[in-house]
Design a binder for this molecule. Structure first.
Ligand code: DPP
Ligand code: ZN
Length: 844
């Protein structure tokens, strides 16, 4: 397969002045007529007229009204064209009904929809399908569907047709079309400058009762972007459509966002608190793309993090403002460590701005998104809030309507702050997570922190130069008071010391507050000091972090030394959970244990080969011991954290329910499931129903409830995804693969629905002890199903291959078994380019 390189970038030899498209819809034979005005660029480096096109049947082509005979070549066509501006017309035929890859124009439950990012538009018509080619679009849809939507503002419509006009130049990846039997949940929004905007969420009949929450989230996002970034919406309508079969979470098509139904439909009976929070965040994310992504887009796909990192950063700010800032930060760091750190430390490591790829769809990663957002957080910490927003204003002023690069982005910071961004740019160009070692010294007056940074080699990058690292530090006295408030130290060298003068007592440092940089902090310290920070740190993130470190160390001691669960830690945890003055959401986070995969990673980094079974046993023993240690207070705590009154999906209620369900998890270990069974019976919302079911399944007492749940929800696809997933994640390690296998044979299992596939196979991959069971059954089943899925849907297959990325952590026997499976996938005839690239990288 061909590899594409950043260094080879050349602009397209033509400008596209306008695009007019006509769609004649038919499930198996849709005709697409295009009329595109091209203007040759003076002195173009590459004057070749090449249009991308894949899986298209060319019916006819004309230039300025005269038939032409383009040369069909791999991936598109070439044609001889005039040296003056000309009009290209073509007619192609496509088969949406046969499109199971869910890229281009496809059908989902009888409804037409599209997904064009990154390179799906070329499956709709011949076009220069690259983000730096921007144009206005006029679209006419002809069909019998009652609702037919595209980007921009509505034009004429009548029996059998609808027209749309998008006045804002956009790249083809933001094109969208939806047609089907849809109903809308309508609303309106008036922008800061008084513009009236029509808002709609379009869903299948029956789902219109699940739109109100998403609509509120959209309006909050619109207000927030005006208030915080000064960005207003720019069309007369904003449409969101829910689609059942979708590879991603959602897509920011201009004026017509398309959502995986799991990321927009919400009701108390069918959605959990976590679903509500995620839906709010994703609606915000896609809306915020209107400026960071659509009005200012990417020059090429290597720059993907320009829009994604920034938009994730913006949606995280939004969630922090709508909910709890510390809780959001802690959750994001848990997620970063669970998904991005393993990527950064394994065979798939790549910089936030990669310099080569075979299939861009494989780079919609935690590194591009989440680390991309962390990099922006660091930038903001380094320059300060005021300079950050000044730089953003300049970015919007200077680059509106353009397709940009990371260089353009950094330049607005250079121009507003006078800072040299050359060293900072390494965060974009270098892969790998820096490790930051710290040593402390106190001489009776001066406290010195000495940091050393180093980054291990990553694929293709052997030598790592020092990066700029913002290290937020605060110093506490013995009473837990701040003697030095949070200060951002700017580390630029491989080794660097920072001093704090005039301290009459040795302070306790709180380092990397708010997780001020995406690094691994290595700090040798006592359990006593961690316990002190867990009780007293004035930075909530570091307070949680101290507890996390204690939890990890207690777990490691159990696994490597056969130690009992650390008594002092159990004690500290218990008193924190009982402290009613603390935010319940925070207490729930402290109570939730590190994942087994995180423990495996910690063991691996400490030079011990992780044994998944031992890690699993230690986790069980720990929770069981904690439950027994707290036995007397659990019933009272459970009662005290129960939320009364009707369900409201706000942060406060969600926090209380999170704590309540963590306590129920412990309680069910000692009461035989009595409280959980009662909660299951009484539950009037999905959060309580599902947490009770999970607790019961974990202690193998939930068979009746699970059957009842199935009966109650078998017609609701999204709730059934939860049911499918829970069967696997609550299975005993030795049974997990078998459970997953039989679920794949279930009447309601559907290979073609990515949500359902991920519900089962994603749960297996996330069941650490089950997936990595010594039998190798987990590896074999995942490989088998990935091979089957690849023939239908390469994108989802390739992304799920990442489940194997940590394979080199484990023992030779497991590595041998994984290798066999990876090689089996690779040897599959007709394997997609997507999966081929992923598996090849993981193997190397
Ligand atoms: N749909 C993806 C996102 O919003 C790709 N742009 O991040
Ligand atoms: Zn995005």
């Amino acid at each position: 397969p061909e590899t594409f390189y950043l260094k080879d970038y050349k602009p397209f030899g033509f400008e596209v002045e306008s695009v007019e498209l006509i769609f004649r819809l038919a499930p198996e034979a849709t005709r697409v007529l295009s009329k595109i005005r091209f203007v040759p660029r003076e002195g173009a480096a590459d004057p070749r007229f090449f249009l991308h096109g894949e899986e298209l049947e060319l019916i006819s082509a004309q230039i300025d009204g005269e038939p032409v005979a383009p040369r069909l070549i791999d991936g598109g066509l070439e044609c001889d064209v005039p040296s003056e501006p000309f009009t290209w017309e073509s007619e192609v035929q496509i088969n949406p009904a046969a499109n199971t890859a869910l890229e281009g124009l496809y059908m989902s439950n009888g409804m037409y929809c599209t997904q064009c990012e990154a390179e799906g538009f070329r499956k709709i018509t011949f076009y220069p399908d690259r983000p730096d080619v921007m144009s206005t679009f006029k679209v006419r849809i002809e069909g019998t569907e009652p609702v037919m939507l595209s980007n921009g503002n509505p034009g004429d419509s009548g029996a059998g047709f609808a027209e749309w006009h998008d006045p804002w130049p956009k790249p083809a990846y933001l094109f969208a079309l939806v047609a089907g039997e849809l109903v809308n949940h309508p609303d309106r929004f008036t922008t800061a400058s008084g513009k009236d905007v029509e808002l709609n969420i379009w869903v299948r009949p029956g789902d219109e009762t699940k739109c109100a929450f998403g609509m509120e989230a959209l309006k909050k996002s619109m207000t927030w972007d005006e208030e915080v970034y000064g960005r207003e919406y720019d069309l007369d309508v904003f449409n969101i459509v829910a689609v059942d079969d979708f590879n991603m979470g959602a897509m920011e098509n201009k004026g017509l966002n398309i959502f995986n139904s799991s990321c927009v439909l919400a009701s108390p009976e069918t959605s959990t608190d976590m679903n509500f929070e995620r839906i709010e965040a994703i609606i915000a994310h896609e809306y915020f793309h209107n400026w960071t992504g659509n009005r200012i887009t990417c020059r090429d796909w290597f720059q993907l993090c320009l829009k994604e990192g920034l938009t994730v950063y913006r949606d995280a700010q939004f969630t922090a403002d709508m909910r709890s800032e510390p809780v959001k930060r802690i959750s994001d760091v848990i997620d970063l460590r669970a998904r991005q750190f393993p990527e950064d430390g394994g065979p798939l490591a790549h910089p936030p701005r990669p310099e080569e790829f075979q299939e861009i769809n494989n780079f919609y990663t935690a590194t591009v998104y989440e680390k991309g957002a962390e990099v922006i957080g660091m930038l903001k910490r380094l320059v300060g809030d005021e300079a950050y927003y000044k730089a953003l204003d300049l970015y919007f002023d200077r680059h509106d309507g353009q397709a940009c690069t990371i260089e353009d982005w950094l330049e607005v910071f250079e121009d507003t702050t006078g800072r040299d961004m050359a060293q900072f740019k390494r965060w974009y160009s270098d892969a790998g997570t820096p490790r930051l070692k710290v040593a402390e010294e106190y001489d009776g007056e001066t406290f010195t922190l000495t940091f050393q940074q180093s980054t291990a080699p990553t694929p293709g990058q052997d030598i790592k130069e020092p990066r700029v690292i913002p290290i937020a530090v605060g110093l506490l006295n013995d009473a837990g008071e701040e003697v030095v408030p949070t200060t951002v130290l700017e580390m630029t060298e491989a080794e660097q010391s920072f001093t704090f003068e005039g301290l009459s007592e040795r302070p306790v440092p709180s380092i990397l507050r708010e997780f001020s940089a995406p690094v691994v902090l290595e700090r040798e310290t006592s359990a006593a000091e961690r316990t002190f920070l867990l009780a007293h740190d004035t930075d909530p993130f570091n307070r949680w972090e101290a507890g996390r470190a204690l939890a990890r160390e207690a777990r490691l001691a159990m696994i490597t030394e056969g130690a009992a669960p650390d008594a002092a830690y159990l004690e500290a945890l218990t008193s924190l959970v009982r402290d009613d003055a603390l935010d319940p959401a925070f207490r729930a986070l402290v109570l939730s244990p590190p994942s087994q995969s995180e423990i495996a990673q910690a063991l691996h980094e400490a030079g011990t080969t992780p044994d998944p079974a031992a890690i699993h046993d230690a986790a069980e023993t720990f929770s069981q011991t904690l439950a027994q240690a707290m036995a007397d207070s659990l019933p009272r705590l459970y009662a005290a954290t129960t939320v009364d009154g009707p369900y409201v999906p706000d942060a406060e209620g969600a926090g209380k329910r999170a704590l309540n369900s963590a306590i129920l998890g412990l309680l069910s270990r000692i009461d035989g499931g009595e409280a959980a069974a009662k909660q299951y019976e009484a539950a009037d919302n999905m959060t309580l129903q599902l947490s009770a079911l999970a607790c019961l399944l974990r202690i193998e007492k939930g068979a009746d409830q699970s059957a009842a749940f199935f009966e109650q929800w078998k017609d609701d696809r999204l709730v059934m995804d939860k049911w499918f997933g829970l069967q696997v994640s609550m299975a005993r390690p030795e049974a997990a693969a078998d459970v997953a296998r039989s679920l794949c044979d279930h009447a309601l299992f559907d290979m073609k629905n990515p949500n359902r596939f991920r519900a089962v196979m994603g749960a297996l991959a996330g069941h650490h002890a089950g997936f990595h069971h010594a039998s190798g059954a987990g590896y074999a089943l995942l490989a088998e199903k990935l091979i089957a899925l690849d023939a239908l849907n390469p994108q989802t297959t390739a992304r799920m291959c990442a489940a194997f990325q940590t394979w080199k952590r484990y023992d030779d026997d497991r590595q041998g078994k994984v290798r066999v499976e990876l090689e089996r996938i690779l040897a599959t005839e007709g394997l997609s380019r997507d999966t081929n690239e992923m598996v090849s990288r993981i193997l190397n």
